[in-house]
Design a protein around this ligand. Structure first.
Ligand code: ARG
Length: 547
């Protein structure tokens, strides 16, 4: 049971009676009471009455049926104090439920979730790390809430660089497994040849044409390259304990046969304009600095298709064939305009019918200690594998190191940048992964010592009450995090819960208490452990029993 919405439902009729129209009571947890509503203050002007008077009126008209005490406080707040009965009944309901009181959604949606999206024959970089971690947390949460999540890994596996890469592979004898042990080295060697060797450049250009027209040998080499990269990405996913599998790869190449059709359909609807030989869409409301309309280039002047055309085809497929109702794209914020334009064109083309939403789930950058974009000492891009190695080496176990990296990424608002600081991530205090994992392991160790099972919970001490209220906020936290695609809301919740537990544990002896109290406190401890473990699982972070 979600206390917030329970109280909300109870107060709504009183607010409506007082305001003469439906009003959202906006019941929120508060440091001044268990819950608080400040809506009387917001209504003062509209109703032309002092807020305290409005609050008192709402209080008089509300029927809380003994579930909570209600008081007017300060300039016109309504403070709500939940009754002990409601609190314990809710706790027991939560404890008896495998899902900890979080119901499966009544309105399941098919969510097509685009995340990770690394590029073939290139090392994954930190941007892909963030997409992978955030996307996977969203996949876990949405799935757990009962949505039908289709994971898509929009691999960069097509385009002009593949002429150069296939040609280089051929020069090396054509054995991808043997030649591409180091993806970056392979890519860079091809790049150097392309930039310095005229003959190679010509061959690479012809190779693109051969590849795109389906030449079997070119395709075979290209497939080897893709397969080799996929193996490498799957290794990383495995290390990261991410739920993306081989069946989720749906690279850009998949949509190549649809691109002519995309252009034909857009042309027919009059959505394309020729501009310097290229075919462009100019969706409403997108202008550059000087007010000039911004183009979305659908077909380049040389007849080739690029990133935007592929995304249009992919979107049409996801909303159409796949039946996606909510399309999510977990991609760095620099691509915000790209996605906004793709969505606008798709909407205009009728590929995103009413009721189907497309959202760009943007995120900020990972910065180095100097506050600038993370770079190697030599100024190159930092390899993902090296970041993981560093954290794991310095942690006591891989689960701790990986958990620390994931938690650091998920615990702040995704739109913000953050500094990659292994010391801070691994710290056992503060808002970190290890802090939460330790809180969980500590509770497990209490049970190893207790030798008895948890019993019925009663809540008397203030610290018990605070812990109970924290526990009962789980549903609201998970729902909010999934609804707005903001994993940090769950992370912040878990951190608050761990802190409430630590205060409780400091003030309320568990193992030394009287049998009834002991059983009750063990019950609170057990429910805390289950909530922490479930919450960490939803973020994709392991919870070892011992650290
Ligand atoms: N491969 C792209 C990149 O590295 C990310 C793909 C994101 N997904 C998409 N549908 N465009 O930037």
């Amino acid at each position: 049971m979600n206390l917030e919405s329970l109280l909300q439902d109870r107060l709504a009729p009183a607010f409506e009676a007082v305001a003469g129209r439906p009003v959202d009571p906006a019941v929120r947890s508060s440091p001044h009471a268990d819950f608080q509503s400040g809506v009387a203050l917001a209504l003062a002007r509209e109703l032309g009455r002092p807020p305290r008077e409005i609050a008192a009126d709402v209080r008089a008209k509300s029927d809380l049926d003994g579930l909570a005490e209600i008081e007017v406080s300060g300039p016109g707040f309504l403070n709500l104090t939940v009754s002990d009965n409601l609190l314990t009944a809710s706790l027991h309901e939560m404890a008896a439920d495998e899902r900890l009181g979080v119901p499966v959604t009544a309105t399941p949606e098919r969510v097509v979730l685009d995340y990770s999206g690394p590029n073939v024959a290139k090392e994954m970089h930190v941007g892909h790390l963030r997409s992978t971690i955030i996307g996977d947390a969203l996949a876990r949460m949405l799935e757990w809430l009962g949505h039908d999540v289709v994971r898509v890994n929009h691999l960069g596996d097509w385009g002009t660089p593949f002429g150069m890469l296939v040609e280089h592979l051929l020069d090396l004898g054509g054995d991808a497994e043997h030649s591409i042990s180091d993806l970056t080295a392979f890519y860079q060697a091809a790049r150097v040849k392309f930039d310095t060797d005229d003959d190679f450049r010509t061959r690479a250009r012809l190779r693109v044409v051969a590849l795109q027209s389906g030449d079997p040998r070119s395709r075979e080499l290209w497939r080897k390259l893709v397969a080799q990269s996929e193996r490498y990405f799957l290794d990383v996913y495995h290390r990261l304990d991410v739920t993306l599998g081989p069946e989720d790869f749906a690279g850009e190449s998949r949509y190549q046969d649809d691109l002519d059709g995309v252009v034909a359909a857009l042309t027919e609807q009059g959505l394309l304009t020729e501009s310097d030989g290229a075919l462009c869409a100019f969706p409403d409301g997108f202008t550059g600095r000087d007010g000039v309309p911004l183009p979305l280039i659908v077909r380049k002047a040389d007849g080739g298709y690029g990133y935007a055309a592929t995304d249009l085809a992919a979107l049409r497929y996801r909303a159409g064939e796949l039946g996606g109702q909510r399309l999510l794209y977990v991609v760095g914020s620099p691509q915000q305009v790209h996605f906004a334009m793709v969505f606008a064109v798709a909407r205009a083309a009728g590929w995103l019918p009413a009721g189907v939403t497309a959202e760009h789930i943007g995120f900020g950058s990972i910065l180095g200690a100097d506050g600038k974009m993370l770079k190697t000492r030599a100024g190159g891009t930092v390899k993902l594998a090296e970041l993981l190695d560093e954290a794991v080496e310095r942690a006591s176990a891989p689960e701790i190191g990986i958990g620390a990296i994931k938690y650091a990424d998920l615990s702040g608002d995704r739109r913000g940048d953050y500094v990659f600081d292994v010391d801070r991530m691994l710290a056992s205090t503060g808002n970190t992964g290890p802090y939460l994992q330790m809180a969980y392991a500590r509770i497990r160790s209490i049970f190893r010592k207790a030798g008895t099972e948890p019993g019925p919970m009663t809540v008397t001490e203030p610290a018990e009450r605070a812990l109970a209220l924290a526990l009962l906020g789980f549903e609201a936290a998970v729902t909010a995090a999934a609804g707005s695609a903001e994993p940090h809301r769950l992370a912040v919740y878990l951190h608050d819960l761990a802190q409430a537990f630590s205060v409780f544990y400091e003030r309320c002896p568990v193992l030394r208490a009287e049998p009834d109290v002991r059983a009750s406190r063990l019950g609170l401890a057990d429910l805390t452990a289950r909530t922490l473990r479930t919450g960490l699982f939803l973020l994709g972070i392991g919870a070892p029993d011992e650290i």
